[in-house]
Design a protein around this ligand. Structure first.
Ligand code: ZN
Length: 326
């Protein structure tokens, strides 16, 4: 059966460069096609180009702040089960925007352009069926996606209670490689000679417990991350999973997975009122060092101390990762 929202070869062909038709070329052509035929997507990217950004030094690293009013809806999305059940699912093919198409990936996923981008080239990779957000079924697709794109894109996963604004529909996201600060920060650490022999590297970076796994191949990374997830999930309810964000990236022909286990989704300041309120709803991107702040007042007044306290509140310590990787 032909999927109604799948972009056809005829629709893609005018945007492919002559002689190119591999996965990387097809993804770039698909992005060009959607920008050319979907005015609201092109407008969202024009606004993205003028967003305010600044770098905030922390203790171990730094965080990039992005003022992005276009993310208000995602940041403040009601993600409680009763609220989710009452709205049409925006990732189901039947509910996509009229101009929105998907590039078929691995037979049962659609690559979509995110209509509320954080990055230039912000993709959502969503399963064609409406099924629960769980890492186990997403993991092979995430690794394949990064592998197939030769590491030019990184993939990231938000657990259902860790930043996913569609916690009821299985999906992950992707951005051009190197856009997530943690990727760059950990890449430098990986060059230390002592790190080269061990697949796992566990550390705490500015109050975020982090487990980094390196692998020489996609099957090796999948195997190692599956073992880690099974251990992490020992504390979860049956059929559910531990709260986490996961990032997959490629580097110099190798693959890496970064796991950040989570204590909670939103910090107390999200729910506060008046001056005490900061509208920040951390997902994988935010804990990876790119904090998305829809309100300019929060962007301007964010401090090192506030950011560190938010990380301490929403992330778990490195001891959790150490228990899952030894
Ligand atoms: Zn759905």
């Amino acid at each position: 059966m032909e999927l109604p929202k799948k972009i056809s070869d005829e629709q893609l062909r005018p945007y492919l460069k002559y002689g190119e038709n591999d996965a990387r070329a097809r993804l770039q052509a698909f992005i060009r096609q959607q920008h050319a035929t979907w005015p609201d997507l092109a407008a969202a990217h024009r606004r993205l180009d003028t967003r305010l950004t600044r770098t905030l030094p922390l203790t171990d690293s730094s965080v990039e702040l992005q003022c992005n009013p276009g993310r208000t809806r995602s940041t403040t999305a009601k993600v409680a089960a009763k609220d989710v059940a009452q709205r049409p699912c925006f990732l189901c093919p039947a509910n996509l925007y009229p101009e929105q198409l998907g590039l078929l990936f691995a037979s049962d996923w659609l690559i979509l352009n995110n209509p509320f981008p954080i990055f230039n080239g912000h993709m959502v990779i969503s399963t064609i069926r409406h099924t629960a957000q769980l890492l186990e079924p997403a993991l092979p697709a995430m690794i394949s996606f990064v592998h197939e794109q030769h590491g030019t894109f990184s993939a990231f996963y938000n657990g259902a209670r860790c930043g996913a604004s569609a916690p009821d529909h299985l999906h992950f996201q992707a951005c051009p490689a190197g856009m997530l600060p943690i990727e760059r920060q950990l890449s430098a650490l990986l060059d230390e000679p002592l790190r080269k022999e061990t697949p796992w590297y566990v550390t705490t970076l500015d109050n975020r417990g982090i487990g980094l796994c390196r692998a020489a191949s996609a099957p090796e990374l999948l195997g190692r991350l599956r073992v880690m997830c099974a251990r992490l999930n020992r504390t979860a309810d049956p059929g559910d999973e531990a709260d986490l964000n996961l990032i997959i990236f490629g580097r110099r022909g190798r693959l890496a997975g970064v796991c950040l286990p989570r204590r909670t989704h939103r910090p107390a300041c999200f729910f506060a009122t008046g001056d005490a309120q900061y509208v920040i709803s951390p997902g994988a991107v935010d804990v990876a060092g790119l904090a998305i702040l829809p309100r300019q007042m929060d962007f301007e007044r964010m401090t090192k101390e506030k950011m560190l306290s938010i990380y301490a509140e929403v992330c778990l310590g490195a001891d959790v990762m150490a228990d899952c990787t030894t």
